[in-house]
Write a protein that binds this ligand. Structure first.
Ligand SMILES: NC(=O)c1ccc[n+]([C@@H]2O[C@H](COP(=O)([O-])OP(=O)(O)OC[C@H]3O[C@@H](n4cnc5c(N)ncnc54)[C@H](O)[C@@H]3O)[C@@H](O)[C@H]2O)c1
Length: 266
């Protein structure tokens, strides 16, 4: 018996580095997971379905569009018969604009309007559309989790990190608003971040990070995610948890205290 046996989760960006690790962690803990990703990642989703079996339901959708967000929700409710946890993880980094984004940064005036819109839509609009689609169902059942992946505060303000930094600052602020808007409903909203550059396809600049073993490994996201997705975190909302600081050798409640702080910018 896993700790999340009766739970159904949606993980967006499930075929990516952090999404795949979090999906595997949730399935390993007994949850059923709808893994959402773009058509370009369909092969990755199919490989996950082969490996994870019927606990994993792939859903090809572009969640920058409301139709994609609604399709993801329908997949959970129709195929799994329930939804308890939304992991808003899909995103794109500065690599969409410049693969050498850290060692040879692009300045804000060098961006095209299309590049700005593309990152803002992928990172900010998709989290909003997914939360907007799922929140009414979660509130109606009186229990649920919205877990938004943002980034470290320093990354939000790093020179050359426009529009990624501002996009994640918006997601951070929106988590606090979501939490307050849903207060008293049994549905919480929290932030979960790796706590540094992670070993995924987003971190392309090998001049800056030649030794990938020094990057945060995606599996570090799993322990805090499992605690956040469980009944043990009931009532915990508007917090941000840093996976890199999560001590897996101690009680998860104590680990959450050490790795957590208020979300947002107060
Ligand atoms: N890698 C890092 O260093 C790091 C650090 C802090 C935060 N994050 C955040 O973690 C999250 C996951 O990133 P990752 O590092 O695993 O990157 P990744 O590129 O490996 O995965 C991102 C996934 O999101 C999917 N995706 C993108 N746009 C989508 C859309 N419109 N609809 C559906 N799916 C879409 C991609 O296809 C991909 O599979 C992102 O939100 C990212 O900003 C990453």
């Amino acid at each position: 018996m896993g700790t999340l046996d009766s739970k159904v989760a949606i993980v967006t960006g499930a075929a990516g580095g952090l999404g795949r690790a979090m999906t595997e962690g949730l399935v390993g803990a007994g949850a059923r997971v709808v893994g959402v990703d773009l058509a370009a990642a369909a092969e990755g989703l199919a490989a996950m379905a082969d490996r994870l079996g019927t606990s994993f339901m792939p859903c090809v959708a572009d969640i920058t569009e409301d139709a994609g967000a609604q399709a993801a929700l329908a997949c959970a409710l129709e195929q799994a018969g329930a939804l308890h946890v939304l992991v808003n993880n899909a995103g794109v980094g500065m690599q969409r604009i410049n693969p050498r984004f850290a060692s040879n940064p692009t300045r804000f005036w060098q961006l095209t309007p299309a590049q700005w819109h593309s990152v803002i839509e992928t990172n900010v609009t998709s989290q909003f559309l997914m939360a907007r689609a799922c929140a009414p169902h979660l509130m109606q059942q009186g229990w649920g989790r919205i877990i938004n992946v943002t980034t470290s505060y320093f990354t939000m303000q790093l020179p050359g990190f426009c529009p990624y930094g501002p996009s994640k600052a918006a997601c951070e602020a929106n988590t606090v608003i979501m939490s307050q808007d849903m207060a008293g409903t049994g549905v919480t909203a929290n932030v979960l971040i790796p706590g540094g550059p992670a070993d995924t396809a987003m971190v392309t600049d090998d001049q800056m990070w030649p030794d990938r073993s020094k990057l945060v490994q995606p599996r570090k996201m799993v322990a805090p995610l499992l605690w956040l997705a469980s009944e043990q975190s009931n009532g915990v909302s508007a917090r941000r948890f840093i996976a890199q600081l999560w001590d897996e050798s101690i009680d998860p409640g104590a680990a959450a205290t050490l790795a957590g702080a208020a979300a947002g910018f107060c």
